[in-house]
Design a protein around this ligand. Structure first.
Ligand code: GDP
Length: 365
């Protein structure tokens, strides 16, 4: 599955947010009791109102949400790239995630110490990014010359890698993240992806504000949004304190509480939606009398890849996918109705899965 790593300086609200997200998700999940793989990894059920409608139309006995994993990556301090604090472990943990959720302190509170003694989310973001850039810089300064040598010795793959990673190295030397490296062809894109550079990962900034600022943000979060826009990153406003309160409430109390604060949905929902956008993910469904279930794939995935998310056998023996768009499935009263109305399509292995597709895979065992 896809993993988002929660990072940020100490005392910005990471643990509060992580705990709240995973507790709320556990309470919402119909079928996944909060499962802890490792103490710092939470599987979060992705809230999707379409699943309820689908289960109703299909007469499903149960509903299973799709999931996104959040990893609480504590331990970043200035000097992490030089092995300060839990530096190396921290950087290793980031290497393993698909996206970075960067929590920034955007709340004033004299009782809560800020590591640099004043609230400045832009400076904080730069502190964290600098550590990540230094780590990438150090790694590429070793790797690129090695690749160049191999390339001169006739290794074509190494030569290609030296070229594109050399461009990433130039950017890092300029104080810019590796994600700005342009890939000239799919081969270069693949090399960049496999290089697992920390600053090549997509970033979501979470502006942690006080309770009364959760609906509209504040001057700090506005600056973060500007920064995100300039970088092509995503940003959301969340009050970790509110999320922590919501986590302790019964689901039917939550709506009213959110209303009073001028909020339409939980921070959990906003963070997940932004995470989906960031990772370029979409949801497809399977539905039957037993269960209605949501699944996640990368946008652009073809039918066999989507089948593979359910089971590797489905991908290996893929014959075709029977597809009904979500709206048709629901308005036409399920599979039989959609079929009668001519809205069930048989699609082959080149079919690109669309968000909301209700799929049934036909496969050889
Ligand atoms: P971490 O070190 O980044 O994991 O930070 P914590 O989640 O432990 O939070 C540090 C302190 O800030 C705790 O005392 C939290 O209760 C407090 N805190 C977290 N989020 C908020 C918030 O939105 N508003 C206020 N006022 N305090 C918060």
């Amino acid at each position: 599955g896809f993993r988002c790593g929660i990072v940020g300086l100490p005392n910005v609200g990471k643990s509060t947010l992580f705990n709240a997200l995973t507790e709320t998700a556990a309470a919402q999940a119909a079928n996944y009791p909060f499962c802890t793989i490792e103490p710092n990894v939470g599987q979060v059920a992705v809230p999707d109102p379409r699943l309820d409608k689908l289960a109703e139309a299909a007469g499903s006995a149960k509903k299973i949400e799709t999931q996104l994993a959040f990893v609480d990556i504590a331990g970043l301090v200035r000097g992490a790239s030089k092995g300060e604090g839990l530096g190396n472990q921290f950087l290793g943990n980031i290497r393993e995630v698909d996206a970075i959720v960067h929590v920034l302190r955007c709340f004033e509170n004299d009782d809560i110490q800020h590591v640099d003694n004043h609230v400045d989310p832009i400076a904080d973001a730069e502190t964290v990014e600098t550590e990540l850039m230094l780590s990438d810089l150090e790694s590429l300064e070793k790797r690129v010359p090695n690749l160049q040598k191999k390339g001169q010795g006739g290794d074509k793959e190494a030569k290609a890698a030296a070229t594109v990673l050399g461009r990433a190295l130039d950017l890092l030397r300029d104080g810019k993240p590796a994600r700005l490296t342009e890939a000239n062809d799919p081969e270069e894109a693949r090399i960049l992806e496999q290089a697992q550079l920390l600053t090549a990962k997509p970033v979501l900034y979470v502006c942690n504000v006080n309770e009364d600022e959760a609906a509209n943000g504040n001057a700090y979060s506005a600056k973060v949004f500007e920064k995100a826009k300039a970088e092509g990153a995503e940003a959301v406003v969340v009050s970790a304190a509110i999320e922590a309160e919501i986590a302790t409430m019964e689901p039917d109390e939550r709506g009213e509480f959110l209303n009073e604060l001028g909020l339409e949905e939980t921070g959990l929902a906003r963070v997940i939606r932004a995470g989906y956008k960031l990772l370029n993910l979409l949801t497809f469904f399977t539905a039957g009398p037993k269960e209605a279930r949501a699944w996640t794939v990368e946008a652009g995935s073809k039918a066999p890849q989507a089948a593979g998310v359910i089971h590797t056998d489905f991908e290996r023996g893929f014959i075709r996918a029977e597809t009904i768009a979500f709206d048709d499935y629901v308005t036409l009263g399920g599979e039989a109705g959609a079929r009668d109305a001519g809205k069930l399509r048989a699609e082959g292995k080149e079919y690109v899965v669309q968000d909301g597709d209700v799929l049934l895979f036909r496969f050889n065992v």
